[in-house]
Design a protein around this ligand. Structure first.
Ligand code: PMP
Length: 362
């Protein structure tokens, strides 16, 4: 029998149980082919069906307009930090980065190695406890793009609204909240995300790019780093991470069965509310890192009175079967990541554990 745990990992993170079980059933003999999907040619008809289904499901769940390409890449979101400026930061132009956490910072630093980048806004001064106000975002209408991190995995903040950047493409790192809620894709020039939080296992990166941006991208870069190489080849320019893409397609199928993004957003709101309510009603026993109107529904960050009590909390949580509740190594404290596949019951269990821990220790 399986060890029973509540998985609150920040990424890689929980996958839907049903998907894992289906993958297990299909693992050795995929659809009567006599082999696993991992053993097939990526040029075979059977694999191509899996590949195209994943792309099609992404298009339909996220309501991606026709004038966008959907690419399945490798290298994680971190490779996108480099590919974005390589492709789109044409010479003589600048790119603005909205600084809302450690990942925006990494994106900006990579951009700096390629071209002229600047901070379009920042909440670093208050230790990223909120996202910048849309009114504070500064950029010029000649800029190559504006980059935003929609959800800040480490600090636990999330944009509820996005800036209107007019003709300047808005490029969003949605690694930690993609497909957690409906989004108007047409407001963005590009959206990208590593799969390992809401979409599937690590090793696949989704990039959704408006077609006209591809046409005007830099050409003086290696083929493998050009988005147009991957779009021309339907993300089959070289061997794709085929098993990861199979899993992606299955997770997306599961999301369809959940009722799509409207329903998933409601579930996520209900799950996060369970935990935030405990924090808010704890009379300061638990303190949230994020300001209320910047709170993330994906990553719930909080502290206890002192490090000793935090250590005790994390130790007892571990013994009770909760996994992944320690904050990112750079900030400490506690963090519960409640991505799409984390069950409501897991959040209820955490709520109860937090209430009990407070009752025993205050
Ligand atoms: N951006 C965000 C918002 C993230 O949370 C992460 C990973 N935690 C990354 C980028 C980096 O992703 P990867 O490890 O896929 O390169």
């Amino acid at each position: 029998s399986q060890k029973s745990v509540y998985n609150f990992n920040a990424g890689p993170s929980a996958l839907p149980r049903e998907v894992l079980e289906k993958a297990q059933k299909e693992l050795v003999d995929f659809k009567n082919s006599g082999m696993s999907i991992m053993e097939m040619s990526h040029r075979s008809a059977a694999y191509e069906e899996v590949h195209n289904q994943a792309i099609q499901r992404l298009r339909s769940l996220f309501a991606i307009p026709e004038n966008y390409e959907v690419l399945l890449l490798q290298g994680g979101a971190s490779l996108q930090f480099a590919m974005i400026p390589m492709n789109f930061l044409t010479s003589g132009k600048k790119a603005g980065y909205i600084m809302s956490g450690a990942w925006s910072d990494k994106a900006l630093k990579e951009g700096k190695t390629i071209g002229d980048v600047f901070e379009a806004a920042s909440t670093k001064e208050t230790n990223y406890n909120r996202v910048p106000s849309l009114a504070d975002i500064q950029f010029d209408d000649k800029d190559a793009y504006v980059h935003i991190t929609s959800n800040n995995t480490i600090f636990g903040t999330q944009f509820q609204e996005f800036p209107d950047t007019g003709d300047v493409p808005l490029i969003a790192d949605m690694s930690s909240d993609i497909l957690s809620r409906p989004i108007d894709v047409s407001k963005f020039g590009m959206i990208y995300a590593g799969a390992q939080k809401n979409l599937g296992p690590s090793g696949v990166t989704v990039a959704i790019i408006r077609k006209d941006l591809l046409e005007n991208a830099n050409v003086e870069i290696p083929a493998i780093l050009k988005y147009s190489t991957h779009s021309t080849n339907n993300s089959l320019y070289n061997t794709p991470p085929s098993f990861g893409i199979y899993m992606l397609g299955e997770v997306l199928g599961w999301m369809e069965q959940q009722g799509g993004l409207e329903q998933i957003a409601k579930n996520n709101e209900a799950k996060a509310t369970l935990i935030y309510d405990v924090i808010d009603e704890s009379n300061g026993f638990y303190t949230g890192h994020a300001e209320k109107d910047s709170r993330s529904l994906m990553n719930i960050t909080f502290r206890l009175a002192d490090e000793q009590l935090e250590k005790q909390f994390l130790q007892e949580a571990k013994e009770a079967g909760f996994v992944g509740l320690n904050g990112h190594r750079s900030v400490g404290g506690c963090r519960a990541s409640a991505y799409n596949a984390v069950p409501f019951a897991a959040c209820q269990a955490l709520q109860q554990f937090m209430l009990n821990f407070q009752a025993k220790n205050q």
